[in-house]
Design a protein around this ligand. Structure first.
Ligand code: CA
Length: 222
């Protein structure tokens, strides 16, 4: 993940970039709006952290220009506490989230993670695993030309597992997420849906592995 940080406060920029590098991100830092605009024009970034009060070219204009070029990367705006109108303008112009200074670093990191996740998912109209393709818009699972016959709850379980591809989803997370679609969902009901979905996937070389005490992970069975 490659991030661009546009911030003219050198102390803040240094501190932030150090923490984010430690967090495993590649990060480039620019100290004014023109450099930010040039970096965005030339480099592929996954996220922009943008201070609005930048010299040479205002943060708002950096945002306007990149959106005008059709660049859809998520933007997290850094703003001073008393500049409410800036936040509103920023969000209107296509910023995805903002954080007011001073902020706690863990909060900033959490916002970054959330934006990167949201972006990955929303940019994908289809997620695939082995022979399985899942259309995230119509929430339909297909293998080759065949549409899998899944119940609403099975589709929901599949959706949740695929969103966390490669990671383990706990039973509690499944219960929480399913309860936003259905009414109350018990642990037992989750277990039954997982079991049914697994049976339907196994004939196609996919499985939902139960990781004892932790939860489930969807994967190819070989
Ligand atoms: Ca500034």
């Amino acid at each position: 993940m490659r991030l661009l940080l546009a911030e003219d406060d050198y102390l803040l920029a240094d501190g932030l970039s150090m923490v984010l590098r430690d967090g495993g991100y590649a990060i480039d830092v620019v100290g004014n709006g023109l450099d930010a605009d040039a970096a965005l024009t030339n480099g592929p970034y996954d996220l922009l952290i943008l201070d609005l009060g930048l010299p040479k070219l205002d943060g708002i204009d950096v945002l306007k220009r990149m959106r005008a070029r059709g660049q859809s990367l998520p933007v997290l705006v850094l703003t001073a506490r008393d500049r409410l109108e800036d936040r509103v303008i920023g969000l209107d112009l296509g910023a995805n989230d903002y954080i007011t200074k001073p902020f706690e670093l863990p909060e900033l990191e959490a916002r970054i993670r959330a934006l990167l996740r949201k972006d990955q998912w929303s940019n994908l109209s289809e997620v695939s695993l082995g022979p399985l393709r899942f259309n995230t818009a119509v929430r339909e699972a297909t293998i080759g030309d065949e549409v899998l016959d899944l119940s609403g709850r099975e589709v929901a379980v599949l959706d949740i597992l695929l969103r966390r591809l490669g990671r383990i989803v706990s039973k509690e997370q499944l219960m929480d997420q399913l309860s936003s679609w259905d009414a109350e969902v018990t642990a037992n009901a989750v277990g039954i849906s997982v079991h049914r979905l697994r049976k339907k996937l196994e004939q196609h070389g996919l499985t939902i592995r139960a990781v004892r005490g932790l939860g489930y992970r969807i994967e190819t069975s070989d």
